[in-house]
Design a protein around this ligand. Sequence first.
Ligand code: BGC
Ligand code: BGC
Length: 620
Amino acid sequence: MTATAESKRQRGLSDAEVAREVDHLLSQMTLEEKAGQMTMVENNSIEPAQVAEYFIGSVLSGGGGNPTPNTPENWRAMVCAFQKAALETRLAIPLVYGVDAVHGHNNVRGAVIFPHNIGLGASRDVDLVERIGQVTARELLATSVHWTFAPSVSVPQDLRWGRTYEGYSADSQLVGELGAALARGLSGRCSDDGGSVLACAKHYVADGAAEWREDPVAEDAPQQGSTAPPQDSEIPQAEDLSLGQWRIDQGDARLDEASLRETHLAPYQAAIAAGALTVMSSYSSWNGEKLHAHRYLLSDLLKSELGFDGLIVTDWMAINQLDPDYQQCVAQALNAGIDMVMVPYDFRRFISTLKAAVRQGDVAQERVDDAVRRILRVKLALGLFDQPIADKSLLESLGCAAHRQVAREAVRKSLVLLKNDNQSLPLSRDLPRLLVAGRAADDIGLQCGGWSITWQGEAGATTTGTTILQGIRATASDSTDIVFSPDGQFEDDARAAVGIVALHEEPYAEGFGDRADLSLSPEEIALLQRVRGRCDRLIVLLITGRPRIISEQLPLIDALVVAWLPGTEADGLADVLFGDCPFTGKLPFSWPRSMDQIPLAALRASAEAPLWECGYGLTS
Ligand code: BGC
Ligand code: BGC
């Protein structure tokens, strides 16, 4: 049975009923209405009245596409205003609102933010990830959002990639299991009958295999004709490029078809079987051919061979990269098998171009009809026609204590203990004094990383949650003197039995996080040395989207814990550091000894073993 058949059954509609309904709607639709359904627009580029005027099928918030002020209530009002406009159209086809809820409903201030996927990969806990899907669905529905561009089922092969943390693991099997679990959790009906949420497996396919390129291509730069180009800050600058930005992301995956299928395709099969009704195509290429125009991979393989009967949506403005001529872009993408286009700015231009392409025979009417059928089928399967606006009472549960508990559990289970000499961990609750250093020890924004409130993420008190330091203070006994210094410049005489240093990567998303070098910076090394000189045991916490090169500093460190990007509930760290819960996490990626063991192919070819193998993790 196909995934859509499964969902339709859950919602009480038989296949025949859905097919009849789809046919009935399609038979009444004009080309204008069909083109509108195939259009996804970003929220700041359209007004509700235009949703009705152009029969728009979907609106999205990109990373940071938040209402002002950013409150759950304003989110709901924003989404509902678009939905009400869609329902006023002649055929009253509901729109589906999409967001990147990639670790909880992460754009919404006050929502629970879970560890990024790499941390969940370390937990290897399928049941936990399914529950995370359920909580995320409930928080999404509280704001009446019915679609999230998650799970990412990338299988990252190169730790220099800025999207490494969005992948669960380099182990394709584990990626498939956890991606499927998230899809199940998202798409299962919420117990309080708020409806359910569409999952989107991305980025199809082999985005994690893109290779490092010497000449950075700023593919995210504004494209010709866009009405709302990215701000200057979003365009890579020369000095950023020297760090290695945009060297992997959106690049070319060079590998044979057998490897593509075995490593990168398999998790899609798992996620689709688990209920993912949508798939997002990747900016990247396969052996030089862009995925967005790849008929073999999109239509022959995914739709025909695997029988995927949901919809394929593009990535953000991705079709603009296909050809200098926009009509060619539209035709190539649709003919390859794309069903909905994340335009996302100039929707009028997209719609008129699509209509022209059909009139001129560049795109067959049957292809348009197939795309619209898929879109309508997904919307019906989701139950959107019955309940286009989710239950308002769910707002009460957004960010609630029960949801935060699940995130705290996830944090505990994501921690990996890499070194623990002299039984430095767990910590005693009754230490007379504890030195804590590193900005990330007391910063919600840093512990959340990219895709948190804003697209790139940022330092500071960006949302509600608990910092690592707050967790430590709440757990240690009242008699422990906890001294915190962000830069480790303690008073002259400050010494303690135990010092904790949190090291972090500055937040990033996508190609902005591509990095040539993952070694600790001179500032980080200096911080380690400063605190080392003041304590008997040095505990290091790594707040990071990926393994860092730390071999040379290891002798300075008594206990090393990688906490990944834990999200808002960092009290989960204290639970484990003080021994209330055990360390159980295992590395989801091998940990390289040096940059010479990156990417994975180099590690496989290396004469030396990695510092720690994938699957390594001490217990306490
Ligand atoms: C990213 C996708 C994301 C989309 C919408 C793109 O830049 O590659 O992962 O879903 O933006 O925000
Ligand atoms: C993000 C947006 C961002 C855009 C810039 C997208 O992937 O989701 O938030 O503004 O890229 O091009």
